[in-house]
Design a protein around this ligand. Structure first.
Ligand SMILES: C[S@@+](CC[C@H](N)C(=O)[O-])C[C@H]1O[C@@H](n2cnc3c(N)ncnc32)[C@H](O)[C@@H]1O
Length: 203
């Protein structure tokens, strides 16, 4: 899969746009704290936006090309001191803040079925007590639509599945909605998405 993403980011800079995901931008503005983690962050649109708003960000992705673009965009935006990029697989990433992050943002981070729950549990483990998880991805009704996402139905999300994966969180919001994506050439048009906001117990 790494080859697939390297190829995509090599041939199209801004595959998902340079602007942040709108849900991330809106939800992060409500968050308190300083340190954010963006797993599977691709080219860094969400990392750069967070850093521009004062957050210290760790961003990782298995794509070398994606992370190189993230580093370049961070420098161009003057926030390279706030964004640390890591070329890492989700199951090998060594978290930069042993005490946990204030916010973890998962955006269109779809894993093979056998890894999904483990990955989601890992994302929760990267949070500090009282930290917040913000997720947006495609729901199972996306199959057949042309606005992006995995073509393998088992990689798409549904509410029951996510409720179980994230049962360690206090869920503030969990919704599956229809929307229109306008995020670079690979997320364009009518889409079926799912969103979660939840936090870890304060301890
Ligand atoms: C659809 S892109 C989304 C990128 C970014 N989150 C965004 O919304 O702009 C999915 C990303 O997940 C990354 N990815 C997939 N599986 C991964 C894994 N096991 N470890 C690290 N990155 C992974 C890919 O390299 C790709 O950049």
């Amino acid at each position: 899969m790494k080859g697939h993403w390297d190829k995509r980011y090599s041939s199209t800079e801004g595959a998902y746009g340079r602007l942040p995901n709108p849900f991330w931008a809106k939800e992060l503005a409500k968050c308190r704290g300083k340190n954010a983690l963006l797993p599977c962050e691709g080219e860094g649109r969400n990392a750069v936006w967070a850093a521009k708003h004062g957050w210290s960000v760790d961003a990782f992705d298995s794509s070398t090309v994606g992370m190189a673009t993230c580093a370049r965009w961070s420098k161009a935006a003057g926030v390279d001191k706030l964004v640390k990029t890591h070329v890492a697989d989700a199951f090998e990433f060594q978290q930069g803040f042993p005490q946990g992050y204030d916010v973890v943002g998962l955006f269109y981070a779809h894993m093979p079925e056998a890894q999904r729950k483990l990955f989601h549990r890992k994302a929760v483990s990267w949070l500090k007590p009282g930290g917040k998880l913000i997720l947006e991805g495609f729901n199972s009704r996306q199959l057949g639509l042309k606005s992006g996402g995995p073509k393998d139905a088992t990689m798409l999300f549904n509410e029951a599945q996510l409720e179980e994966d994230f049962d360690g969180l206090i869920i503030e919001r969990l919704e599956a909605i229809q929307t229109t994506l306008d995020e670079g050439p690979f997320h364009q048009g009518e889409a079926e998405i799912i969103r979660i906001v939840g936090s870890t117990p304060k301890s």
